[in-house]
Design a protein around this ligand. Structure first.
Ligand SMILES: C[S@@+](CC[C@H](N)C(=O)[O-])C[C@H]1O[C@@H](n2cnc3c(N)ncnc32)[C@H](O)[C@@H]1O
Length: 249
């Protein structure tokens, strides 16, 4: 099966190269790190690893990490970072994984919302379950639909200019394109001052209700252990902690 396709902002080399500089605040990763430490995970599978920020934090703590992402340009950025050689990077998604027995699987940065089709979503949960050892955990976050985050996805609220060493100024903003039930489509625009190049990236994200996610996890044989708040964004996201049971049930 072909891996999922990713948005331009993750798969265009010029955009992947500046991604970390444009979105530098990664306090969202702290709770994932704590979970890895609390559960004593020795091997973590990071699905939708993007430019590898979380995977490399884990690698720096001596944890074996496998990062998988459908965006090759993002993986190239991850691989080229200090410590990148210590991680295993896979081009694909949770449906294309080789045999693994991970202690913990993660999907940080709301990566789960990138999976919009119901069948892709089921296959993703199946693929992750198969890649976890019995008793292994899956942790991911997803934005709470009732908070209607997309209402802030407009040029006025998102416009910014970021000065990036070796690249120059990059103007960026977001325009909301469509809201159809749980699917929200928006466009990111980037203008590189150095040569005037304008690149756009369209994305559709799926906003799922808590009960819907819990039911999907249960249907794929997970035990939902906890649904937490994201400490850095209280009231905005659900953080799910699910476990593959020790034995089939
Ligand atoms: C918002 S980025 C988050 C990246 C990374 N997890 C982080 O926290 O920096 C979402 C990532 O999900 C990836 N993605 C898109 N569709 C996917 C899928 N079906 N399965 C796994 N990852 C996917 C994208 O390529 C992108 O790297």
């Amino acid at each position: 099966m072909l891996p999922a396709s990713a948005a331009e902002c993750f798969r265009h080399p010029r955009l992947a190269a500046v991604y970390d500089r444009l979105y530098p605040d990664r306090r969202d990763l702290d709770p994932y790190l704590r979970t890895a430490e609390e559960t004593g995970a020795r091997h973590v599978l990071d699905i939708g690893c993007g430019t590898g920020v979380f995977a490399l934090l884990l690698g720096g703590r001596g944890i074996d990490v496998t990062g998988v992402d459908p965006a090759k340009a993002s993986l190239d950025v991850a691989r080229g970072k200090p410590g990148g050689e210590r991680a295993r990077w896979l081009h694909g998604d949770a449906t294309t994984l080789p045999p693994l027995t991970a202690d913990l699987a993660t999907m940080t940065g709301n990566a789960v919302q990138e999976i919009t089709g119901p069948e892709d979503w089921q296959r993703t949960l199946q693929g992750i379950r198969a890649a976890l050892r019995p008793g292994g955990r899956l942790v991911f976050e997803t934005r709470i639909p009732a908070r209607r985050a997309w209402e802030e996805w407009n040029r006025e609220a998102t416009y910014g200019v970021t000065e990036i060493a070796g690249v120059g100024a990059v103007e960026s903003w977001v325009d909301l394109l469509d809201v159809s039930g749980p699917l929200v489509t928006f466009r990111r625009t980037y203008v590189f001052a150095a040569d005037g190049q304008t690149l756009t990236s369209d994305s559709t994200l799926c906003f799922r209700e808590r009960q819907e996610v819990e039911a999907a996890l249960a249907a794929q044989g997970y035990v939902v252990e906890d649904v937490r708040d994201a400490p850095d964004r209280p009231g905005r996201e659900f953080v799910f902690v699910a476990r593959r049971p020790e034995s089939a049930c």
